[in-house]
Design a protein around this ligand. Structure first.
Ligand code: ZN
Length: 326
């Protein structure tokens, strides 16, 4: 039994309309689902991904407007960067120009551990990288043909996440001993100790980079921060086994929660970061036709009866072409 790699990252926005404009218009991801937070139906939950929102390609956002005045405080105990994978150095050259054209400040094309990347943030300070996956690693997604970004340069999913913690040991233990990740590199970066792990087929799509900063203040989640990272499991049966295993190792883990597009269990690793294990299926085409993903508000069955009330409380999101849709 092995995890299949990264499943999704869920982050915080406070401006849903601007968020959609950036992730679809500038980054060229497909908005594959627009729904509400199951625990707070006044807030959008937005899902971006490849053409179908395949597992491993998803970046999702809780829209929490009340955090507009509360920027994320970087520190220890958080997911400190999300790396998105593209294919080839020409793609990165194209992205450098594209980001500049859209007024997005970026690092230019840099190299680390033999791989090229560009670092930048969205308007709310979300820490992002685009990196060349070299055609390696877990199979990437397929960029949406109707994307604003040319398909050959399109984002193919998550490549890696960075975790920042005070102490490497306990987080490394959970990754290696509990979740079956393999240590593939350990080095110093300035003052920081860094360890890189992979899982499943390995390489981009499965990489977790743990950065040890003993003196970092505790991170405080806010606007532009990341809420949790999810790892892939094949099905309910394997998820049940993961849950048993985590419980046996003394890690408090939630019961299975049905997120409709996948099913999830959650636990907090000792460094303070929320981990999720999510099933690969059933996927985003369960309640919408694949050609019309994300165009209207999707509600889980238990909320469908309240559609009118819920839609009435959400601010419409302008979409390309000028129409506004909830
Ligand atoms: Zn999640």
């Amino acid at each position: 039994m092995q995890l299949g790699g990264l499943h999704h990252v869920t982050a915080v926005t406070t401006r849903a309309a601007e968020n959609v404009a950036f992730y679809t218009g500038v980054l060229g991801m497909r908005l594959v689902k627009k729904t509400v937070n199951q625990d707070d139906v006044s807030a959008y939950h937005l899902f971006y991904g490849d053409e179908l929102g395949r597992p491993g390609t998803e970046v999702t956002f809780f829209d929490w407007p009340h955090l507009r005045v509360a920027p994320n405080h970087a520190g220890a105990g958080e997911i400190s960067a999300t790396e998105l994978r593209v294919r080839g150095s020409e793609a990165l050259d194209w992205w450098a120009g594209h980001l500049t054209e859209h007024g997005v400040q970026h690092t230019g094309v840099k190299e680390r551990d033999g791989r090229l990347f560009i670092g930048f943030t969205d308007a709310e300070g979300q820490r992002l990288r685009l990196a060349d996956d070299g055609g390696e690693g877990v199979a990437g997604g397929i960029p949406w043909a109707d994307s604003s970004v040319p398909a050959e340069f399109g984002i193919r999913g998550l490549g890696m996440v960075d975790l920042t913690v005070r102490e490497l040991g306990p987080t490394a233990w959970v990754l290696a001993e509990a979740l079956g990740f393999r240590l593939v590199g350990e080095h110093e970066e300035g003052e920081d100790r860094v360890a890189v792990f992979e899982v499943g087929a390995g390489g981009p799509g499965s990489l977790v980079r743990v950065i040890e900063q003993p003196d970092a203040p505790p991170a405080h989640l806010g606007r532009g921060g990341v809420h949790h990272v999810a790892f892939r499991t094949a099905n309910d049966e394997e998820q049940r086994l993961w849950r048993e295993r985590l419980r046996a190792m003394g890690l408090g883990v939630t019961p299975q929660i049905d997120r409709y597009y996948f099913r999830s269990i959650y636990f907090r690793e000792p460094g303070g970061i929320l981990f999720e294990i999510a099933t690969d299926g059933p996927g985003f085409a369960t309640d919408e036709d694949a050609t019309h993903l994300g165009e209207r508000l999707s509600l889980p069955p238990f909320l469908e009866g309240r559609r009118e009330e819920i839609e009435g409380r959400l601010e419409p999101i302008p979409v390309a072409g000028g129409a506004s849709r909830r």
